[in-house]
Design a protein around this ligand. Structure first.
Ligand code: UDP
Length: 475
């Protein structure tokens, strides 16, 4: 079977941080000549179409269950609009109802393989019904995948006497220490969520394998460990964001930006190389006003030029900004505040940007690596503490802001003070330590770009995946 005869169907979880890398992944397949279809619900189509850009990818829709069935408000088809703990649970339950429509579509489309998000554990059985393999896409790299697997299997958190007592993650290279406070917490210890994670783990073990958004040279020890010691079948095909090559593709990736790209590029063009720090906390985080004020003052005190992405949910008018801040900082050309969605990859790849303050979502962390940037790590929820450990202690291109506990998407009270933010920003932007981190990050960036080019490790692993999919035992 040639690549063009192979048909792969992608089914991303409806959250921006899951959809975007999944569309990038689908584009990687399309670029290699594979027939590619993305399945989603109607209200997620605009985000997907923008990100697909000029690639030849079919988008098929299935209906999202109605408000009567789910208890969710009309139009809530993306977890971005379901951020309260109760709504998240209702949202997760609603996505379980997508099973029948997806199976109906599998029957119509006859793909050869289903790549579905980890949050659809039932997808392994759905694919099996049609005699095709299911591959899991978490959008993560090997380090967080290994930590998640080891913590689940050995439960070191049950052997400590407090939330703050450190433990070493068993059977994981590198003496990685964590505390119970840093492990992914389930919203209100909800049973639905806990059960979903258990089912996700079981279905992953039954599935054909896992696609990692990573490249071998970034984490060879953990790539080997995941495959050889934890016994999982996995292919590294990333960094998938590198499929966005020209400025148009980068600008179109994700939601419609809250700033005109040309204006943003003009602002950056007026700055010197490596002089700007980019500050963004992913697609879902919103902070308290007190914390936002600390960030504003910390950035100003750092003396560095900055682009800061503030999600609209925080307060569109930004009344919480310190007195005179907009005139002083924005007006003075020192800072650019993007009120909503930013074209992140486009900004990170601009040569004026020299550092990144991140919440350590894996996509952002890897995009920072691709851009060759030292990072300030400020993890908040999910597996972000693992990713921060990776950046700070394994590849050593990050410095922490000292947060020790999982605080969720709402960012808590003003946990991180302005002085700490100022100091961390200075550490990644100027001086010997910053230069050493930048040098290491630039080396990784070159390796990432080489990995996805013809003959590179991710490019070649794609061939192995296709070979595995063509093997008669594939299922
Ligand atoms: N992103 C973006 N603009 C924004 C916020 C996020 O382009 O204003 C993109 C970012 O480039 C990344 C994804 O959204 O690809 C966020 O994924 P990540 O894993 O970093 O965090 P999450 O949003 O899932 O917490």
């Amino acid at each position: 079977m040639g690549n063009d005869e192979l048909h792969v169907l992608f089914f991303p979880f409806p959250a921006n941080g899951h959809i975007i890398p999944c569309v990038d992944l689908a584009r990687v397949f399309a670029m290699r000549g594979v027939k590619t279809t993305i399945v989603t619900t109607p209200l997620n189509v605009p985000l997907i179409s923008r990100t697909v850009g000029k690639a030849t990818i079919q988008i098929r829709t299935i209906k999202f269950p109605s408000p009567e069935e789910t208890g969710l408000p009309q139009g809530c088809e993306n977890s971005d609009s379901a951020l309260s703990p109760d709504k998240i649970i209702a949202f997760l339950k609603a996505t379980m109802l997508l099973r029948d429509p997806l199976e109906h579509l599998l029957q119509q489309e006859h793909p050869h393989c289903l790549v579905a998000d980890m949050f659809f554990p039932w997808a392994t059985d759905s694919a099996a019904k049609f005699g095709i393999p299911r591959i899991v896409f978490h959008g993560l790299g090997f380090f967080p995948l290994c930590v998640l697997a080891c913590v689940r299997q050995y439960r070191p958190q049950d052997k400590v006497s407090s939330y703050t007592e450190p433990f070493v993650v068993p059977n994981l290279p590198g003496e990685i220490t964590l505390t119970k406070m840093q492990l992914p917490q389930t919203p209100k210890h909800d049973e639905v969520f806990t059960q979903l994670l258990d089912e996700a783990n079981d279905s992953e073990l039954k599935s054909f394998g896992v696609i990692a958004n990573s490249f071998y040279e970034l984490e060879p020890v953990y790539a080997e460990h995941y495959r050889n010691h934890l016994g999982r079948r996995a292919w590294h095909l990333g960094p998938v964001s590198l499929c966005n090559r020209d400025s148009e593709e980068k600008a179109w990736r994700g939601k419609e930006a809250a700033i005109d790209e040309h204006e943003c590029m003009k602002w950056l063009a007026s700055k010197e190389k490596d002089s700007v720090v980019y500050v963004c906390f992913g697609s879902m985080t919103s902070f308290s006003e007190a914390q936002l004020r600390e960030i504003a003052l910390g950035l100003e005190a750092s003396g560095r030029a900055f682009i800061w992405v503030v999600k609209k949910g925080s307060n569109e008018k930004l009344e919480w900004l310190p007195e005179g801040y907009e005139d002083r900082v924005e007006g003075g050309g020192k800072g650019l505040i993007i009120r909503g969605w930013a074209p992140q990859v486009m900004i990170l790849d601009n040569e004026a940007v020299g550092g990144f303050v991140t919440h350590c979502g894996w996509n952002s962390a890897l995009e920072g690596v691709c851009a060759g940037l030292p990072m300030v790590t400020w993890p908040m929820y999910a597996e972000q503490f693992y990713n921060a450990k990776f950046l700070n202690d394994v590849v050593r291109i990050g410095v922490g802001v000292g947060v020790q506990t999982w605080i969720g998407m709402m960012g808590g009270e003003a946990a991180v003070k302005k002085e700490v933010i100022e100091k961390a920003v200075k550490r990644i932007m100027v001086g010997e330590e910053a230069e050493e981190m930048r040098k290491r990050a630039k080396e990784l960036s070159l390796m990432a770009r080489k990995a996805v080019r013809e003959g590179g490790s991710s490019y070649s692993h794609f061939n192995s995946l296709l070979q595995d999919l063509r093997s008669p035992t594939c299922m």
